[in-house]
Design a protein. Structure first.
Length: 118
């Protein structure tokens, strides 16, 4: 995987996105670290990726990061987090995977396993 400072994706490209909260030891053990939200994406064909800290996981915050890092026309795959619903009104093709049902969507083949490994 290659860290990136340029936009990724574009027409015909697929980018997986996900957000996570990092910090604080599991079960409050070990040294206490302040928690921080991070957001990232990985382009499937090239494995180029971006990861950046974000203040929260709101639609405004995530859409700003998406527009900063992902070119219009890209197919974006995400989980079903409510903040991603705004992608339907933007210049992206948006596929979702409901992790409560499957890790790979049986109809579309959509998954976010690559970004979740990062």
């Amino acid at each position: 995987m290659e860290s990136n400072t340029e936009m990724i994706g574009g027409e015909g490209e697929t980018v997986e996105i996900d957000e996570a909260k990092v910090g604080k030891g599991k079960y409050n053990k070990g040294r206490i670290v302040e928690e921080q939200w991070i957001f990232g994406g990985i382009e499937r064909s090239s494995k180029r990726l971006f990861i950046e800290p974000v203040p929260d996981q709101s639609a405004d915050t995530l859409l700003t990061a998406i527009k900063k890092w992902i070119k219009p026309g890209t197919t974006i795959i995400s989980d079903c987090w409510k903040s991603y619903k705004c992608l339907a009104n933007e210049d992206y093709i948006h596929l979702t995977i409901n992790h409560k049902m499957n890790f790979v969507d049986p109809d579309s083949g959509a998954h976010t396993q690559n970004i979740e490994r990062c």
